[in-house]
Design a protein around this ligand. Structure first.
Ligand code: SF4
Length: 374
């Protein structure tokens, strides 16, 4: 594979336009049973559908031409009638530290992002669940752009497969932390999780859902008892600060959402993560470090510190100094809290959520801001 330049297209997904088209129904998103039924409906044996599922989900193939154990006539019929994926690449950037960020669309003006993150011990990806986001977090580039719609199951799984096609090694971890609030799209999220588990073969334990704290949906997810890792974007233990950062806090304040998270941990047996954005003199004060330590005490959890990745949202938010980050961390650790600090990557390609899409908003999007306070 040639090394893409800063804005070169994704070779694995570009195909010839025949399979990554927009007008035809996409096969990505259909279960193996659906594909077996489709094969029979097209006059083939049922097991041909099973072979098709392997090509789509296990091999992440990008063209019907590659499916060389399927009869040519069947492949030709499929190529005529269907697309493999609904996604078309609008932009692809590779950072100097190996992160690939891809902006996709479905032939319309609505763009969304997915990111491939290779680490020493695994390859992970971050995928979107909505086009834009209605949650209106005041530190977030996506929140600035407003909301278009929920992504379909096909579009969610399609992002994973697009990134898997790009990666030379297995993409073993999926984080639902791209554009949008995944729990606002719970039905399609659960279908996507089911396909990624059942057809692609990913472990639930390697999937992370990140939420701003929608309490009823957290409790609904807990009822499924899937060992999925849940991450809460907390960002402050104080309601007045969190209200300023995240309108959702007016509806479900800190105590309520943390109680839901603790119940999720008990129901699933999984350690939860509290994402904590450090914004200079807004969320990084010693008082908040102390209050955070008290809040999560006794709960099997990790606090993930994220120094603010500067984006101008008109709030004047600033990144804290290294000394302030270290001081905050020390308070937590001295109170026995498990702390990690996010290793930031992809700075040179606008890798923070919504930044790349934000650069395309003028070209592609016409979004409407919504309020979750009502
Ligand atoms: S931080 Fe997440 S939930 Fe908040 S506006 Fe951005 S994408 Fe939406």
């Amino acid at each position: 594979m040639s090394e893409p330049g800063p804005t070169s297209p994704v070779p694995a997904s570009a195909d010839d336009g025949a399979t990554y088209g927009v007008a035809k129904t996409a096969l990505v998103g259909k279960s193996k049973a659906d594909l077996e039924g489709l094969a029979v409906a097209l006059g083939e044996k049922r097991f041909r559908g099973s072979q098709l599922a392997k090509w789509i989900y296990e091999k992440a193939t990008t063209s019907f031409d590659h499916m060389d154990d399927l009869p040519l006539a069947f492949r030709q019929t499929l190529a005529r009638e269907f697309a493999l994926s609904p996604l078309t690449v609008a932009d692809h950037r590779r950072s100097t530290d190996g992160v690939d960020k891809i902006l996709v669309h479905n032939g319309d003006h609505q763009v969304y992002e997915c990111v491939l993150l290779p680490y020493d011990d695994r390859v992970s990806c971050c995928i979107s669940s909505q086009v834009g986001c209605p949650m209106g977090c005041t530190f977030c580039a996506t929140g600035l752009g407003g909301f278009d719609r929920n992504l379909t199951t096909s579009e969610i799984v399609g992002q994973y497969l697009l990134l898997q096609a790009l990666s030379p090694t297995r993409v073993s971890h999926v984080v639902f932390m791209g554009m949008g609030e995944p729990l606002l799209n719970l039905e399609n999220l659960l279908s996507a999780i089911s396909l990624l588990h059942d057809e692609v073969g990913l472990s639930h334990r390697h999937m992370t859902v990140s939420t701003v704290g929608l309490v009823p949906q957290i409790r609904e997810l807990a009822r499924h008892k899937l060992p999925i890792h849940l991450a809460l974007s907390l960002h402050s233990p104080f309601d007045d600060v969190r209200n300023r950062l995240m309108p959702v806090n007016h509806k479900w304040p800190v105590a309520e959402v943390v109680a839901a998270l603790k119940d999720y941990q008990v129901a699933t047996g999984r350690k939860v993560t509290y994402e904590y954005l450090l914004i200079k003199e807004v969320t990084d004060t010693p008082e908040q470090a102390e209050a955070l330590a008290r809040l999560v005490r006794g709960n099997p959890c990790v606090v993930n510190l994220i120094p603010f990745n500067w984006v101008d949202t008109g709030q004047g938010f600033q990144r804290p100094s290294r000394d302030r980050v270290t001081a905050f961390r020390r308070v937590l650790e001295s109170r026995g809290v498990n702390v990690v600090e996010r290793v930031e990557r992809g700075h040179d390609i606008a890798a923070a959520c919504g930044q790349l899409a934000g650069q395309h908003v003028g070209r592609f999007a016409n979004r409407r801001p919504l309020s979750v306070r009502d």
